[in-house]
Design a protein around this ligand. Structure first.
Ligand code: C2E
Ligand code: CA
Ligand code: CA
Ligand code: CA
Length: 277
């Protein structure tokens, strides 16, 4: 066997191994969690302005950890990305979102669900086929799904990512740039990407009523979206004051606690059915 000296220092590899494999929030725990149904989705509505009519939902993943309790995605998505567990996790999220849309379709409710996709998901050439298969298996169209990617995810390693984005687009998935304004994408890069939606980051939205700078950034983004014929969503709208500012600035869609918190599909289903009945 291996000689273990008590005074030996922990090697970097060992440390990584501990973080990735023995960590209760690590890769192995996540992989087991997917198998054991420990993850679940909350859906948050996206609405039209003015008026607040629901136009779709965003799927936000949560983890009910057997020992540590409810975990926010900010606590586990980064390690899922580093370790590659994000690949099965994203497939699981898309599958659950598709299950929900299939249920709702049977009840006469037609809507769209947005799923968050990481840069790591764009490193696999087969991802477009995999995603399409997940959707088709539930008898749905890819056009019922929006894939939300951060600017950084879309423009890092641009050549390969662009190829994969085009493949996803050819399947008819809608593509959205998440947290817009926080990255460094240039207008030239944006024009080359096959996106149909921009989501203005909450950091601009929440101060839009009080900061001229933020309001100006949003005004410029409204103009940009118009020119590139992109849908525009303001995220993190909490107050009526912010809503009014956004309407004045010409922002056509919004998302935030003002219109609905992220909640399970079971909460939204009856409310949507009421609308179609
Ligand atoms: P995001 O994609 O920017 O999602 C918006 C976050 O803001 C969500 O946090 C949402 O609950 C929160 N939020 C929505 N409206 C409001 C509001 O009015 N005020 C405030 N203060 N917050 C609001 P959540 O669910 O904790 O998710 C955090 C991040 O984790 C997401 O940011 C996204 O980047 C990531 N994430 C969540 N689910 C997934 C997933 O399935 N896959 C991947 N790759 N990332 C995910
Ligand atoms: Ca998002
Ligand atoms: Ca966002
Ligand atoms: Ca954000």
């Amino acid at each position: 066997g291996t000689l273990t000296k008590p005074w030996r220092m922990t090697s970097l590899n060992e440390l990584l191994d501990r973080i990735v494999h023995k960590n209760p929030l690590g890769a192995d725990a996540m992989a087991r969690g997917i198998e054991n149904d420990e993850f679940f989705l909350h859906l948050q509505p996206k609405v039209a302005l003015p008026g607040g009519r629901i136009t779709g939902f965003e799927a936000l993943v949560r983890w009910e950890h057997p020992q540590l309790g409810l975990q926010s995605p900010v606590n586990f998505i980064p390690l899922a990305e580093q370790t590659g567990v994000i690949e099965p996790l994203t497939r699981w999220v898309l599958g659950r979102a598709a299950d929900t849309l299939a249920d709702w379709k049977r009840e006469g409710v037609e809507t769209r669900i947005a799923v968050n996709v990481s840069a790591r998901n764009l490193m696999s050439l087969t991802v477009a086929d995999e995603f399409a298969q997940i959707v088709k298996a539930r008898g749905l169209e890819c056009s019922s799904f929006i894939l939300e990617l951060t600017e950084t995810a879309a423009v890092t390693n641009l050549v390969d990512a662009l190829d994969i984005l085009v493949r996803l687009r050819l399947k008819d998935f809608a593509l959205s740039i998440d947290d817009f304004g926080t990255g460094y994408s240039s207008l030239a890069q944006l024009q080359r990407l096959p996106f149909s939606e921009l989501k203005i980051d909450r950091s601009f939205v929440s101060v839009s009523a009080t900061s001229t700078e933020a309001a100006n950034t949003i005004r410029a983004t409204v103009e940009l979206a118009r020119r590139l014929q992109l849908d525009l969503v303001a995220e993190g709208v909490e107050t009526e004051t912010v809503e009014r500012t956004l309407i004045d600035l010409g922002v056509p869609h919004a998302q935030g606690y003002r219109y609905g918190r992220p909640e399970p599909a079971e909460v939204w289903g009856p409310r949507l059915r009421q609308r179609v009945e």
